[in-house]
Design a protein around this ligand. Sequence first.
Ligand code: ARG
Length: 462
Amino acid sequence: MTEKQTWSQRFESALHPAIARFNASISFDIELIEYDITGSQAHAKMLAHTGIISHEEGEALFNGLEQVRQEYRQGQFQPGVDAEDVHFAVEKRLTEIVGDVGKKLHTARSRNDQVGTDTRLYLRDQIQQIRQQLRNWQTVLVDIAEKNVETLIPGYTHLQRAQPVSLAHHLLAYFQMAQRDWERLEDVYSRVNISPLGCGALAGTTFPINRHYTANLLHFDNVYANSLDGVSDRDFAIEFLCAASIIMVHLSRLSEEIILWASEEFRFITLKDSCATGSSIMPQKKNPDVPELVRGKTGRVFGHLQAMLVIMKGLPLAYNKDLQEDKEGIFDSVNTVKACLEAMTILLQEGLEFRHQRLATAVTEDFANATDVADYLAARGVPFREAYNIVGKVVKTSIIAGKLLKDLQLEEWQQIHPAFAADIYEAITPRQVVAARNSYGGTGFEQVRQALVNARTQLSVK
Ligand code: ARG
């Protein structure tokens, strides 16, 4: 640490180099640089607009900041650790470019309202990018679902075969989760998009600033009503991390299913070479690394949510340096969610194939049609609980005899209950079992076709 800090006049001696490194956030908050510049440009315009500085000065600051942006983009400006943080780095470079007028930029603001503004501008962009990725993800799910309305797959509860379902229905469950994620982020956005700029260090400012003017320039929907709250609120970050965590829950659940489906035990899918990896020792292996990584990366996003909650829980008003710890978790969560959405979208789109032959066999080799036998009797006047008990006994004796329900003779059925007729065989075919569940939101083919139409309509909302 050779250079003195911006605030060093009040201090007798320089910061210990290790403490300077400990204190500095430039290594990660550099991510905010373009948002910092944009926020400062709005602030400079406002200072000129309100007469706090002259129009010429405002213009010099605005153009100087634009030059900092260009230099940064072209790799000519790379702030080092001596800059402490991105805000000092930009101001310092600006002052080198425009001279003393650069020192007027920080009039009527603080790094506290500044960093809050930058973080919100960043998150706003990222939320829109993630929402777009969710749309791509949903589109791929619907594309595959549309081709698989009549593909049947065992449906599970407790990971035990329960009732067969349409594969499209199964995929559309994930579509619905992603739809909620998309809507949730829209809601989070509405609270991210409030401007803290002009809250100053904590109490506002003595200058006749216009907070709505900067908010308008930066396309914020509103301004924080209370300056103490404005500089110290991180609810928007917690909410974002929560929304990000829920996205990861959804991706991780599907990942788990894909891992199971790809196993020798299930054999419901094959992974294509473009999205699977081999083992360094076992030549026969083809590993589902993509869904495993997605499942694994879920942990870090949950961790960032937990960290943010803990950072906030004991903070007295208003700004405390603890808040500098918000950024890495936010950045890492954004990057993780984006990477996972991209990988899963590619995996579904081109990295796996459903094994239709195997699925067709799978749905005929169990007792997943037992409910339908009970429903058959119940529809013919037998109270459901009684029908349930009757079928329970049939399943038990069939297992002992090594038979499935479809193997029973008509006489056997009629000995069990006289209400059984020849149409029982059709009623318990997997296709009929699925088709019959035509209640709203069920897996019946008619319902699924309607759900696909609805999904396309939902996707048309941008
Ligand atoms: N780097 C700081 C942060 O990320 C900027 C705000 C510093 N404010 C202060 N009063 N020291 O939170």
